[in-house]
Design a protein around this ligand. Sequence first.
Ligand code: C5P
Length: 220
Amino acid sequence: AEGLPLSGKKVLITAGPTHEAIDPVRFLGNKSTGAMGFELAQKAADIGAEVVLVSGPTHLSITHSGIQLVRVTSAQEMYEACHKVYPDMDVAICAAAVADYRPKHVASEKIKKKEGDMHLELERNPDILLSLGEHKKHQFLVGFALETQNELENAKDKLERKHLDAIVLNSLKDDGAGFGGTTNKITFIDKNLEIKTFGLKTKPEVASDIWEEIISRIHA
Ligand code: C5P
């Protein structure tokens, strides 16, 4: 569509948790539902963007002619799916809750219980957002930060360290905000450290606010 705020723009969004295999029937995961990323994708497509939505395992589905949904399972798969399309993107938003660690060895058969404790050795996963920051050319790159302490300082630190253009700080301190819920309370911080705080809103409303902030900066 022409004449919409994101007409002609290509957008990459990551969403959901990742599942890191332990054996054929077990994994390490987290409580992310993917809702925020899916809302960001829906909103972007509604206002004209061509969206690649790379999502970890979620119960959500989405159909929109402007959205290509790429389903992945692990952080490594998400990393590869993102880098494949990133050079061609105008905006990238990492809203996925990527596992920081994965089991070092994946058993090929279901692990049997034994007497006593069991130890699971973990190794680091790639930081997708950091790597996109390191490969950044013209893209406007946005990350999320979910902090429980020194929120603002940690978010600013992340903004610089990962070479971001903006970061969305997700408050966990307020009722109804954060993982799993239907509402969110965010603070938007850009690379000039201009800070804007929003009230408690539904996730579709939050997605609109985030896009409004991004659009004012890519068209500036
Ligand atoms: O460093 P931290 O995990 O707190 O940063 C959160 C941000 O980084 C989110 O935008 C998340 O999507 C992204 N991230 C990522 N790959 C990882 C870890 C985090 O893309 N392995």
